[in-house]
Ligand binder design. Structure first.
Ligand code: FAD
Length: 280
């Protein structure tokens, strides 16, 4: 439970931080809330030689609305989202992350850069869409939410890049729901389902469904979306049956692949029903 020895630096600007990461080479790592990185270091599953503490860099914590979009700074903590109900699905999902201690320290940017498919913020980002801004030695670039997550714990954030913010659609007028099945209270999702949905009378005008822990990255349940878009809300139960289509979730200590597929279908029906305002 004691990490390997490492150097530590705490730059005071974004440029300095990027330079420290670039100079430190492949074994230098950014440290934000530390709630994913430090446990890995204690287990010696990660052995960075340099930690670049970005946790208090100025200007990266907070949420702003801008032309129908919402900008969420990378150092915004889960607790900030949890305590902002006007952020809809982001607030609801944040309130289901672990316990208050984790939510007080963990950051949105850290969760997205870490890219755990069982985590909640990556699933919300993959569901609602938008883009992430990355700063590196050669400047700034933008990566679409659909492209950010490459594989298990692997994202498009390069070793010498810092994710500074995400821009996501505000989704005014959308219903939303986040259904998460855990074996123990306050745990990662065995399976999680994120839904944002807009109805026009009884018709589902737009729907997006995301899945946590059903593959090596967060996924979109496009077969459900296609089966429901433009249909009556009465089609929710039959559409939800497609939740596991095209997925091959890995079995783990908690659940077989078949059980995860079953959970995905049940949780999707519940989430769609709730997001459509039909109870559930
Ligand atoms: P850190 O641990 O500091 O960093 C994680 C990784 O991202 C590192 O590789 C780091 O180099 C990199 N990184 C961090 N910030 C940036 C950045 N801005 N740009 C580039 N790279 C960056 N999460 C859930 O979603 N749901 C849960 O139920 C859940 N349960 C948890 C239970 C426990 C007991 C613990 C300890 C954690 C849990 N988490 C859960 C994870 C938690 O949400 C973490 O806070 C989050 O995943 C990582 O954020 P962080 O700021 O702590 O990142």
């Amino acid at each position: 439970m004691i990490p390997a020895a490492f150097e530590y630096t705490k730059p005071s600007s974004l440029d300095e931080a990027v330079r420290a990461l670039a100079d430190g080479g492949e074994d230098a790592k950014a440290l934000a809330g530390g709630h994913s990185l430090l446990p890995l270091m204690k287990l010696r599953l990660a052995t960075p030689t340099l930690l670049v503490d970005i946790g208090e860099l100025p200007g990266l914590r907070g949420v702003q609305r801008e032309n129908g979009d919402v900008r969420i700074g990378a150092l915004t903590r889960h607790v900030d989202l949890q305590s902002s109900p006007e952020l809809g699905i982001w607030s609801l999902a944040a309130s289901q992350i672990a316990d208050q201690q984790v939510r007080n320290r963990g950051t949105v940017g850290g969760s997205l850069a870490h890219g755990d498919p069982a985590s909640d913020p990556p699933t919300v980002f993959r569901t609602v869409g938008g883009s992430a801004t990355l700063h590196g030695p050669s400047g700034q670039r933008s990566v679409d939410a659909a492209e950010l997550f490459e594989d298990y714990l692997t994202t498009r954030v390069a070793q010498d890049e810092i994710l500074t913010e995400i821009r996501v659609p505000a989704l005014d007028g959308y219903g939303y729901a986040y259904e998460k099945f855990t074996r123990r209270a306050e745990d990662w999702a065995m399976v999680g389902v994120c839904v944002v949905l807009r109805t026009d009378g009884d018709t589902v005008a737009d729907v997006r469904v995301g899945l946590a822990n059903m593959g090596s990255t967060p996924l979109r349940a496009t077969a459900v979306e296609d089966a429901l878009r433009g249909q009556s809300t009465g089609a929710i139960a039959s559409a939800a049956e497609h939740a596991a289509d095209g997925t091959s979730p890995p079995a783990d200590l908690n659940a077989s692949a078949d059980f995860k597929a079953h959970l995905a279908r049940v949780l999707t029906r519940r989430a769609l029903t709730r997001a459509a305002g039909l109870g559930g």
